[in-house]
Each structure stands twice: as C-alpha cells, then as structure tokens.
Design a protein around this ligand. Structure first.
Ligand code: 3H9
Length: 693
C-alpha cells in the first residue's frame, strides 16, 4: 500500500485501511481526487486483510465539493456518481472522517459512506444553491432521508453550513470525536463498527421520514410561499425544492433521475454560469497585482471616526463588533449623544432578535467613546472622516488631523464623491490618505470601496483591505474619479432614466422594468428613499429639473409622504398624478411630444449605459478588472447575482449587440454621451469582459 495517485494515499493499519486525500486548497473533487478515491476503494476492497475503510482528508478541510473549475468542461471519468457507488456498495464499512467543511459533493460523498464521524469544529452543508445549482450527486435524495424534508428544504435552499453538534443531533453525523484526534478516533470508530458487527448502513434505504411526508404537499406549498420574496428571480431554489419533493414522492432511483435532469438544466443555464463567476470574482477582488499578499500591514488597535451621524455611527459599529475601540468625534454634545443613542438602539434591536446578547450590547457600547475634540485622536492608528460632502471643510479637518494624529497612522475619508487627491493636499503625508467608502447603512451593507489616491502607500492599501475582511465586508480597490466605480455607474443610469422621463416614460414604468430585471428597486423609488433634497436648497432652486420642482412643492421623498410617488401611512408607493402632470408640463414647455417607450428600450438604455460607463472605468484603470465592477454593483446596489453583475451581463448579451444598440439610441443618450473606445474595440474583436483578466 502507499500512494494511489498524486492526491490519494492508502495506508493499512491492522484491519483498517485509511484512504487519505491531499489536494489543497480544499480537497475539491477534481478528476484526480475522484480517481484517487475510486482506485483507493478498489485496492482496499481487494485487500483481504482490510475489514473497514476510513476516508480521511489532509489539510484544512474534508472535501469541500465538486471542483468548480471543471464545470462547463467535458466530463472526465470516473464520474462522481461512480465514485459514490464504489463507496456505498463496498462490502466493507466505510467511515467518513470529517473536519473543516464537508460541502456539496463532499457531503454527498460522506452520505454514501456507511458512517460519519466529525470533530466539533466541523461543518456540513449543501451550498450548491449559491452557485445556481443543486446537489447533483444524490444529495437531494439522501439528505431528506436523514434530516427529514423540512430541514432538507432549509439546508438546500439556504446553502447554510450546519455545525457538527447540530449534525449529530439530526443524525447527519454518528459520533463527535475530540479535536485534533480525528484520524485516530475514526480508526477507533471503525474498529468499534467491526467489533459490534454493525450493519452497512445505507442512507438510500432510510425511507421513514420521506414516506411520512408523502401525504403532506402543504410542506412545500408553505415553504414556497414563505420564501417567495427571498427567492425572487432565482431558478436554483425552486429546482432544489422540486428535488426534495421528488425525494418524498418518488422511489430513490427515480428521485435520482429527477435530480440529475434538473441539475443538468441548471448547469447549462446562464444563472449558474453567473453565480459561479461571482464565486470566483469574490475571491479575485482581494488580489491586487502591485500590492502582493505579503505587503506589510499597519496594526490597527484604535480607530477614530469623525462624524457620529448615520454614516459615522454605522462605520463605528463595524469595528466595535470585532472588539476594536473607537473614538467618535462630533462638534457638539447633542449630536454626539444622539449618534451614540442610535447605535445603542441598533444593538438592542439585534439583541432582541436573538443574534447577540445584552452583554454583547454593553461590551460593544463600552468600546465606543465619544469626544468633542480632535485632539483625542492623537494615538489612533486609523482615522475615518465621515462628515458632510464639502471639500473646504474636509480639507480643514485633514489639515488638523495632520497636526494631531501620530505619524504612521492611516487618514481615511468616507467621501462618496469628492476628489481624494485634493483632500490629500491638505496634509504633509499624502501617502497616508485613502478612501474608505462605506455604503449606507454602513453596519449592514457588505460593500466597501477602498479608494487608492495618487500617492497612497501600499501598506495603507493592504491594511484597509485586511480591515475590510476582518469586519466582514467585501472590498474592491478602485481609483479616484467622480463617484468612483459604484456611483459613477449609478450616475450613468440616472442620466438615462431622467432623459427617458422627458421623452414620455413615467417613473413607475422605469422602476418596474428595473425591479423586474431583478434589482431591489428602481432609480426613482431609490431617490424617494434617499430624499430628493440632497444637495437642493430653497434659496438656489431654479425649477430646471423635475426633481427640483418636486422639492419646491415639498415633495422631497418618502420622508415627506410624497416625491416621485405618493406614499400612504405605511410608506407604500403609488404612482402620482401630480408627478405625471409636472412631467407633462416640462415636456410641453420644451415643445416635445410624449412617445411610448418600450420596456425593452428602458432596460437597454439603462443597463447598456451602465456597461458603457464600466468600460470607461476599465479604460481609465479606475477598476482593476471587470469582475471588480460586478462585485461593486452586486454588493452595493443589489444587482441580481444571478445576472452576474453589469459586465458579466454584457458578455451574456454580446458586446456587439450592446454597441449596436447604443449607436441606435445615440442621439437620445444625451449631449455628452460617447461610446467607450474599449467597448467598441472589444466588440469588434469578438472579445468578452471575462477574457480581460
Ligand atoms: C458541487 O459540489 C456540485 C455537486 O453537488 C454535484 C456534482 C455532480 N472548487 O473560499 P476560499 C478555491 S458544487 C474549486 O478562499 P476559505 C477558491 O477558489 C460545489 N476551487 O477559502 C480559492 O482559490 P484561490 C459545492 C475551490 O477557507 C481557494 O479554494 N461546494 C472550491 O475562506 C480557497 O477558497 C461549494 O460551493 C471548489 N469547490 O473557505 C464550496 N472551493 O486561493 C465552495 C474553494 O485561488 N467553497 N475553491 O482564490 C467554499 O465555500 C469555501 O472555499 C470553503 C473554504 C468554505 C470551503
């Protein structure tokens, strides 16, 4: 015995064979791993001295799933199902020894073993749904046979990782063994199976829980209803539900066939392609070509935040959540107290929901210190300025910080619009200045745009990215330009939305098309939510835009009960005849006649303008790669992940089509509209954004 192949090894200790996989980083079921298991099983079964087999993994985890990089390529034998059959049909008991995560195909393999042992820190799950897929190797048929259809529905549609203790309780795992002793304990367990002459337990034969649910179709109807909002637009959750239904209503083999058919359908569709692309994009986004992983970082133990408003308070919560002390600065006591009060309320609400304890609330509040003096920031390692968007005031604050805060500290701004290079001129250490653009509510939204200014030092960038990871954000490194990546693209979309209003589309038409495409809300509903009066003042208003006129009529958005829409007490939006009249008056004044704008035109002009802006962002090297732009729009603006982000979507439409349509709409797109030369070039060369690495 010894090496089976490059990633599998078979050792025999007494009556027990240990089949060990070692395929970093996550022991995914690549062709080599499948072959290693299949051949290892063959050898162990053929060896007369072997009475039981332990399947064990080296490295940080048990098998974490199928190898996603192989998807979409021609399948190579042995198939995963063949491997599973070799295990399940083994005449000798096979025991899975689980540490780290047994996910997807990994859990499916474990479910074909006759027994499963795990360390307490291990987790099991079927996360295929997050890749737009379903467990395609029997997982949807075996899981409900152990945990019952209700829990199986929850697991396959959420993709959640279930901790070992719960796995033991629901029967997914047979025994928990002490941390650090997995290999020896699994061998001991195998010996016990032999000594007690335990049967070859096959999950496929457990029928009680599925047959019990056969006469209860309401289980599925209710589950669909309760989750309709969450699953909106996604195919995979529904397909996963159908598989669990099949497990309940069909014999095992037929259920497997249903699962296979639905799996193949999902695998061939664009949703899964998009979601798999996003999986890799989320990992790629952390990689910065000229800031390698070993770039030194600055230890951050104390943070200062200037501004205790919604933004500053939300940002502070992120750091208190991970146990880092924050000094919050305001100019007056009253807003400071109010800011701290809001934070406390937020935490208390979370505690009421059961996600943290009241003890945690106090601990986190204890990490937040209020102050009215910038001098209290002298010993901070990082200061984040989160005051209102005014260049002069920001420069003044940075000038002061430069004199107060210790050398070596990072001076960050949360600006969403201003030129950070100009802000950096206010200090003698521009290399310490960086943008950390949080999205509101900052304690909830996952995106952080880290903005690299002309002189920002690499360790400053590396530290900001590392901190983002620590507070659970996904960070994209972007360059300086008006609106950076996210808001710049948003602006391109708004320009088209506003232009279409003046051609005859109503706000609710544009919003409906946007919502149906999969975004959480359209541009006008979003404006109403944010407030139409941002940047507007009664004194300077000129009635030159619809938005201004709405503000003049005190229709300033949801908060005033009216904006583009009318709102009832519960803030439900209704199309507004007042807005409609304002739009019509505007058009009459301009001498233009309203025309019917099709849903297709609304969608294309909105989305293709965004793609065009994204291409310009790439041309100007404001974003490192197209997939970073997609990460920004998915995590900051709710772009539907099943469409993979605007740049991925462009690839699915085809760049020549995007360019042709933009040329067709040409004159309507606005006086300053130009098509990105990069976009044109790529379209002409038949390239895709995905190919720009
Ligand atoms: C499936 O199983 C289908 C079957 O039902 C049916 C088949 C017929 N494949 O996340 P990390 C790479 S679908 C290939 O940073 P962590 C990842 O890209 C699969 N590569 O580590 C990264 O590469 P790089 C169901 C994979 O410690 C590196 O590993 N399973 C795979 O934060 C490290 O990853 C899943 O969906 C893979 N399956 O988290 C599980 N997984 O270093 C997906 C990872 O070059 N994986 N890589 O950027 C995960 O959730 C996490 O990776 C895990 C570790 C929790 C395991």
């Amino acid at each position: 015995m010894g090496a089976v192949n490059a990633v599998a090894d078979l050792a025999v200790e007494g009556e027990i064979a240990i089949l060990t996989l070692n395929s970093p980083p996550v022991n995914a079921l690549s062709q080599q791993v499948r072959e290693g298991i299949a051949n290892g099983m063959k050898q162990a079964v053929a060896d007369g001295a072997v009475k039981a087999i332990v399947l064990y993994c080296e490295g940080k985890t048990f098998i974490a799933g199928a190898d996603i990089t192989e998807f979409g390529k021609p399948p190579l034998p042995p198939s995963l199902v063949d491997v599973e059959d070799a295990i399940e049909n083994s005449p000798k008991p096979v025991i899975a020894a689980i540490h780290g995560t047994a996910l997807g195909g990994g859990l499916e393999v474990a479910l074909c073993c006759h027994y499963r042992v795990a360390v307490p820190s291990a987790k099991c799950g079927l996360p295929e749904v997050n890749l737009g897929l379903l467990p395609g190797a029997g997982g949807t048929q075996r899981l409900p046979r152990i945990v019952g259809p209700e829990q199986a529905l929850d697991m396959v549609t959420s993709g959640k990782h279930v901790d070992a203790k719960t796995c033991l309780a629901v029967g997914l795992v047979d025994e928990l063994v002490a941390e650090g002793t997995l290999r020896a304990s699994a061998i001991a367990f195998a010996k016990k199976v032999l000594a007690e002459n335990r049967p070859l337990k096959k999950v496929r034969d457990l029928n009680d829980k599925v047959t019990a649910a056969r006469s209860k179709p309401e289980i599925f109807a209710e589950f669909r209803k309760a989750n309709a909002r969450k699953f909106r637009g996604f195919l995979a959750p529904e397909y996963n539900i159908r598989c669990i239904e099949a497990a309940v209503n069909q014999p095992f083999e037929e259920g497997l066939a249903t699962e296979r058919k639905l799996f193949v359908e999902l695998m061939q569709g664009t949703q899964s392609a998009a979601q798999r692309y996003v999986f890799f994009a989320e990992r790629q986004v952390w990689k910065i070509p000229d800031v390698p992983e070993d770039t030194p970082t600055i230890p951050v133990k104390k943070i200062g935040i200037i501004g205790a408003g919604t933004m500053g308070g939300g940002i502070a919560m992120n750091f208190a959540n991970i146990g880092v002390g924050v000094t919050l600065i305001e100019t007056k006591q009253e807003p400071l107290d109010r800011g701290l009060g809001v934070i406390r309320k937020n935490y208390e609400r979370t505690a009421k929901g059961g996600r943290i304890t009241m003890d945690d609330v106090e601990k986190r509040m204890g990490l937040l210190k209020g102050s009215l003096s910038l001098d209290d920031l002298a010993d901070c390692d990082l200061v984040i300025e989160a005051i209102f968007e005014n260049m002069d005031v920001k420069k003044e604050v940075f000038g002061k910080l430069d004199r107060i805060v210790k050398q070596g500290a990072i001076l960050a701004t949360n600006t969403s619009a201003l030129d950070i290079n100009e802000i950096a001129t206010a200090v003698k250490r521009p290399e310490a200045v960086i943008g950390m653009h949080f999205f509101s509510p900052a304690n909830v939204m996952r995106l952080l745009e880290v903005v690299r200014a002309a002189k920002t030092d690499k360790p400053v960038i590396a530290t900001a990215m590392q901190l983002a990871k620590k507070i659970g954000k996904i960070a994209a490194l972007v360059g300086v330009c008006p609106g950076f990546v996210g808001n710049r693209i948003l602006y391109a979309r708004s320009t088209q939305a506003n232009a279409m209003l003046l051609e005859g589309a109503m706000p609710w038409d544009i919003d409906r098309v946007t919502y149906d495409f999969g975004l959480p809300m359209g541009p006008f509903a979003m404006s109403d939510l944010a407030g139409l009066d941002i940047g507007w003042s009664k004194e300077k208003t000129s009635s030159s835009t619809i938005r201004e006129v709405l503000c003049e009529k005190d229709r300033r958005g949801q908060k005033t009960g009216a904006g583009f829409y009318d709102y009832d007490e519960q803030r439900n939006a209704k199309p507004s005849p007042v807005t409609e009249q304002i739009i019509k008056d505007f058009m009459a004044k301009a001498g233009s006649t309203p025309r019917k704008i099709s849903d297709q035109e609304i969608l294309e002009r909105s989305v293709y303008a965004m793609i065009n802006e994204g291409a310009k962002i790439l041309e100007e090297k404001i974003a490192i790669r197209p997939s970073d732009i997609d990460i920004v729009w998915i995590n900051g603006y709710g772009w539907p992940v099943y469409r993979g982000g605007p740049m991925f979507y462009a690839d699915t439409v085809g760049l020549p089509t995007v360019v042709a349509k933009l040329e067709e709409y040409g004159s309507k797109m606005g006086a300053n509209f130009t098509i990105s030369p990069l976009l044109k070039k790529m379209a002409a060369e038949g390239k895709r954004f995905q190919d720009l690495k």
